[in-house]
Write a protein that binds this ligand. Structure first.
Ligand SMILES: *Cc1c(COP(=O)(O)O)cnc(C)c1O
Length: 458
């Protein structure tokens, strides 16, 4: 028989997690204003809120931390990280930042101005936040197949090249900040972008003289999908694929908390010195001097090591297969899940799970709350709550995809944990008709409301 994929590591240190009763969870979630972000982590049994910064570092990363150089300027840790970034991405210049959104803040301070358009593929929430905060507009050019939750498409994260060219064509007056392509496309369900697509975007960016930036949080998972699904890449090394992906772009923003398997950190990569120079000023204002930018030397060391571990084939195979095993099990239970499964998470289609709850009552948030009270599983709403209001009309935005994301931390949970999660979802699915109403907002922030929103049950 074919031998199964297994984790290419064993466990050296463990951390206890805590079970609770349904009654406790009912009371805790009420105290948390029905916002899962307000829970204490001890009140959660299996935490699938995010894969961001929640991964387990390796013994090699921990030992690299002991060699951190904490010099203010020119630390060896900075040069170690610079070499790793050059090796893995091909970018000659880089700025460290404390996390991914800080990289966006610094880079957009140079590129984005009021009234600009920023086309891309379903911009991530912080990316959109930084664009809209500058009174610019994020234009979604994702392919239409992305919103169809059931048809199989190998690269549902792709940019619709025609839509993108239309945006570029109709705006010749220089009000396009840059093109941002997110790999993998988190908001569209962790779906990958093909190499062919990145190549086409690169061509358009040169044709119209607009910079092309890759939002790279999950670039290694994207490279794995290219290896698996795109003609001509089956025998290529993950790192060669990653370098080719970046070769079409002018720069990248990175949340190192994802594919670089560290708990905090980020950076910006640049092809050209000029953009790096301009961004350096903002890095110094917002993050720190250009050779540490919000990161300790030890953290830069762990990140340099993590970039290599995150791009190892055996690791990626075990991770992405764990996600698909969870998805497959849920599918066997009849639960409507987004397909194909993404790289970092399984997305439950809340509109199909709770068809009787109107969109105005936030079915995905309602479902996420049920998963928590049922079994202490914390997922995240990726739907109307997260989509915020339209910045101009202030009307609620209702995106096509109304989902609960179960994101898997890297190297943290076993398959037994995942079987527990699938059982919890199944129990809720079996009593779905008893869930009569959703939730309403009692307080919200003007932007990025889902983090702090207060809700009430009907
Ligand atoms: C996480 C993430 C960011 C923001 O990074 P933080 O480290 O959370 O600030 C930006 N883009 C994508 C695609 C992400 O997944």
């Amino acid at each position: 028989m074919d031998l199964p994929f297994t984790e290419p590591f064993k466990i050296k240190m463990v951390e206890n997690i805590y079970r609770s009763t349904k009654e406790q969870r009912e009371s805790w979630i009420k105290d948390a204003s029905f916002n899962l972000f307000n829970l204490k982590s001890e009140q959660v049994f299996i935490d699938l809120l995010t894969d961001s910064g929640t991964g387990a570092m390796s013994d090699k990363q921990w030992s690299a931390m002991m060699l951190g150089d904490e010099s203010y300027a020119g630390a060896s840790s900075y040069y170690k990280l610079k070499d790793a970034i050059k090796d893995i991405t091909g970018f000659n210049f880089f700025l460290p930042t404390h996390q991914g959104r800080a990289a966006e803040n610094v880079l957009f301070s140079v590129l984005v101005k009021e009234g600009d358009l920023v086309p891309g593929n379903s911009h991530f929430d912080t990316t959109k936040g930084h664009i809209e905060f500058r009174k610019a507009i994020a234009v979604d050019c994702t392919i239409d197949a992305a919103v169809d939750t059931t048809t199989w498409h190998p690269f549902k994260g792709n940019v619709d090249i025609e839509k993108l060219e239309n945006v570029l064509k109709t705006n010749p007056s220089g009000n396009i900040s840059c093109i941002i392509v997110t790999v993998t496309n988190n908001t569209a369900g962790g779906q990958p972008v093909s190499m062919a697509n990145l190549r086409e975007v690169g061509k358009l960016s040169r044709k119209y003289g607009v910079k092309f930036i890759i939002d790279s949080a999950r670039f290694a998972e994207n490279a794995y999908f290219i290896k698996l699904r795109e003609d001509g890449y089956a025998d290529k090394d993950i790192r060669d694929i990653a370098r080719e992906m970046f070769s079409y772009a002018d720069g990248m923003t990175m949340s190192s908390k994802k594919d670089a398997i560290v708990n905090m950190g980020g950076f910006i990569g640049f092809r050209e010195e000029e953009l790096f120079r301009q961004a350096s000023t903002y890095n110094i204002i917002y993050e720190g001097f250009i050779t540490y930018g919000g990161m300790s030397g030890r953290d830069m060391n762990a990140l340099a090591q993590g970039l290599y571990e995150g791009t190892e084939l055996l690791y990626l195979e075990s991770r992405i297969n764990q996600v698909s095993r969870l998805g497959t099990r849920m599918k066997e239970y009849g639960i409507p899940v987004l397909e194909p499964f993404g790289g970092h998470a399984v997305f439950i289609d809340a509109k199909k799970f709770l068809p009787h709850i109107p969109i105005e009552e936030f079915p995905a948030q309602t479902l996420a709350l049920e998963l928590y009270t049922e079994g202490g599983v914390r997922g995240a709403e990726i739907g109307a709550l997260m989509a915020d209001r339209d910045p101009i009309t202030r009307q609620n935005r209702y995106p096509e995809l109304e989902t609960v994301r179960l994101a898997l931390p890297r190297r943290v949970y076993t398959d037994n944990h995942m079987n527990y999660v699938a059982a919890v979802v199944r129990n809720v699915f079996e009593r779905r008709e008893q869930i009569k109403r959703g939730v309403k907002i009692s307080w919200e922030a003007p932007i990025m409301r889902h983090f702090t929103v207060r809700l009430e049950r009907y």
